[in-house]
Design a protein around this ligand. Structure first.
Ligand SMILES: *[C@@H]1O[C@H](CO)[C@@H](O)[C@H](O)[C@H]1NC(C)=O
Ligand SMILES: *[C@@H]1O[C@H](CO)[C@@H](O)[C@H](O)[C@H]1NC(C)=O
Ligand SMILES: *[C@@H]1O[C@H](CO)[C@@H](O)[C@H](O)[C@H]1NC(C)=O
Length: 566
């Protein structure tokens, strides 16, 4: 299982929407694959080339390399704090990147998939540079849309890719002046020649049982329906992968061509010569790409076209898991306006990483855009984590600790116990199917339903009322208590992909070495046999007080920050 998360652009400090959009979603899935003992690699890294880096370097008085080093470290530490466990978090500014990109380009060139053309480009005279697409804004040229803040590469409103030059009333994003048109010789990837092969691949993949989100299929299909056209792959910039062709020494590859190759080069940086066992092994590798919906076209169509055209037995997209957008309290995240929780902010709130993970996964924008909302966050933590899951774990362990001296008693299951376990197994199998098909949000609901089932089991058996009655009833209390603690031990395994620290803490409290039992199978088994000594029960979660929540809501709503501090 080869898992990738879209490469975050190095200069953007990630916000909660970026975190749930790809890196956290990929993390849950890769942890689940490891629970199933699949051979898994999870790859991500920073996308470092391009004008945005050059510009930032000028702003901060550094070289592009220094800027990348600085922000690479920022990204890495944020993901580490969220317990995102990549096999390798790399970067695109490496020799491996140059080597693989140039190789793919040469192959495309030799097979006749590259053409040359003169392009009119937008140049900002004020800033003295050609403007990369993301540095131009204007009115969307699509007649039915006409969104006023369309970017030079894509319109965020209608989702169409556009050519910067077609923007109506273009403006330079840096200085807001109107750019002029200048022409320059460029290389194009002839996507029109490759459309048939890409389509054939996608049809094959879609016919299988697959994990494509509905939006990713819809976006890819609408693209193919319009028909692919030649697309420029070079840029007049310094900071990028050099083009290995006479006459183009001064140019670099455009990031859309270059960036997805980062997955391959980062894998090579990590796995060395064995990298092609992942990337040139289509029969044995299942590739899962986690992306936001704005990245679907590149992963479903453009990058596969490069791979098909280069014709070197590449592992090509098989599962495209795209999220919709997460909004923040009915608004968009905005670094400049100070709206939303960015980067290190989450850590500074004192709310544990696992609790953030829980809520982000609970509201994962899996089928539609969703909202991050502080009051809802507090509500879900207080009801689902504290009163449901946390309560189940604490009452089960506490009861066993105080009445059975921390030791799992003899268990003689009656019919009610077996019914309970059968129902639990049902939900466990459902959880497995949901995670297999990357329905991560529903998988989390299965865990919460299991926790409710566990609470009902204890509630209806009332073991506390049986303690002082007779030896027989006391034995019955022992069975219920032992079953409950075994149940939470098993639940801790299912919880691991979502909340790894909490899962390990439950296992410690159950008296098992954290992670030693982390294997998924579809049946509830007796994990803790009679006589097993459990650890010290401690509450897992703290209540989120409404006063504190209100403070946090105010802190991040943009009102306290003034001006344009990016
Ligand atoms: C491509 O890789 C597969 C293994 O995944 C192998 O069986 C097949 O022979 C390779 N095809 C070519 C043309 O090298
Ligand atoms: C059971 O007995 C113990 C002491 O013998 C007492 O402390 C406890 O309250 C009793 N529990 C119930 C539920 O009657
Ligand atoms: C419960 O734990 C046992 C022992 O590790 C394991 O065999 C069983 O598969 C677990 N159940 C689930 C649902 O993971």
């Amino acid at each position: 299982i080869l898992i990738t998360s879209a490469l975050p652009y190095v200069n953007n400090v990630p916000h909660l929407g970026n975190i749930i959009g790809c890196v956290l979603s990929g993390d849950v899935f890769s942890r689940f694959c490891r629970l199933k003992n699949y051979q898994t690699v999870y790859i991500c890294g920073t996308d470092e080339y391009g004008t945005a880096t050059e510009t930032k370097a000028i702003e901060e008085g550094m070289t592009p390399k220094q800027i990348c080093d600085k922000y690479y470290a920022v990204h890495k530490s944020i993901y580490e704090w969220f317990n995102i466990k990549f096999d390798h978090f790399g970067r695109t500014t490496t020799d491996e990147q140059t080597e693989i990109t140039q190789d793919i380009f040469r192959r495309l060139y030799e097979k006749g998939h590259i053409s040359t053309n003169t392009v009119d480009q937008l140049m900002c005279l004020q800033c003295q540079r050609f403007l990369a697409d993301r540095f131009v804004e204007g009115i969307c040229p699509i007649e039915s849309c006409r969104y006023t803040d369309a970017r030079g590469d894509q319109c965020d409103k209608c989702g169409q890719l556009i050519n910067a030059i077609d923007l109506i009333e273009p403006r330079c994003k840096l200085c807001a002046s109107r750019p002029v048109i200048r022409s320059s010789e460029h290389l194009f990837l002839d996507l029109d020649r490759l459309q048939g092969s890409v389509e054939a691949h996608l049809e094959r993949v879609w016919a299988d049982r697959h994990s494509w989100s509905a939006n990713s299929i819809a976006i890819a299909k609408s693209w193919l329906k319009q028909g692919l056209t030649k697309r420029c792959i070079t840029r007049d910039l310094q900071w990028g992968t050099r083009v290995p062709l006479d006459g183009f020494e001064k140019k670099v590859f455009y990031v859309w061509f270059d960036a997805p190759i980062g997955y391959l080069s980062i894998t090579k940086t990590y796995a060395g010569e064995h990298w092609d066992k992942w990337w040139k092994n289509p029969d044995n590798v299942e590739c899962y790409n986690f992306v936001g919906k704005d990245n679907v076209a590149f992963h479903a169509v453009m990058f596969p076209a490069s791979q098909v055209g280069a014709d070197d037995n590449y592992t090509i997209v098989r599962h495209l898991c795209a999220t919709e957008y997460l909004n923040y309290e009915n608004a968009k995240f905005s670094k400049s306006r100070g709206t939303g929780v960015f980067g290190d902010d989450a850590r500074k709130t004192g709310i544990p990483a696992d609790v953030w993970r829980f809520y982000l996964l609970y509201i994962r924008p899996e089928t539609q855009d969703t909202q991050f909302c502080w009051t809802d966050f507090a509500l879900k933590v207080n009801t689902e984590l504290l009163n449901n899951l946390g309560n189940l774990v604490h009452r089960s362990l506490n009861f066993l600790a105080s009445n059975f001296d921390h030791r799992i008693p003899e268990m003689n299951l009656n019919e009610a116990d077996i019914d309970f376990l059968v129902e639990a197994n049902h939900l466990i199998a459902e959880y497995g199917n949901l995670l297999d098909s990357v329905h991560l949000r529903d998988g989390l609901s299965s865990i919460l339903r299991l926790a409710r089932l566990g609470n009902q089991y204890i509630q209806s058996n009332k073991p506390w009322a049986l303690l002082n009655e007779s030896a027989e009833l006391r034995e019955r209390a022992g069975t219920v208590s032992g079953v409950a603690v075994n149940f939470i031990a098993n639940l801790s395994i299912l919880l691991h992909p979502y909340m790894p620290e909490t899962s390990a803490e439950i296992q410690r409290q159950c008296g098992i070495q954290p992670e030693s039992v982390n294997t998924y199978t579809e049946f509830m088994k007796c994990l803790l046999p009679p006589g097993h000594l459990i650890g010290e029960p401690k509450p897992l979660f703290k209540k989120m007080e409404s006063s504190r929540v209100e403070e946090l809501r105010l802190q991040f709503n943009g009102a306290t920050k003034k001006g344009n501090e990016d």
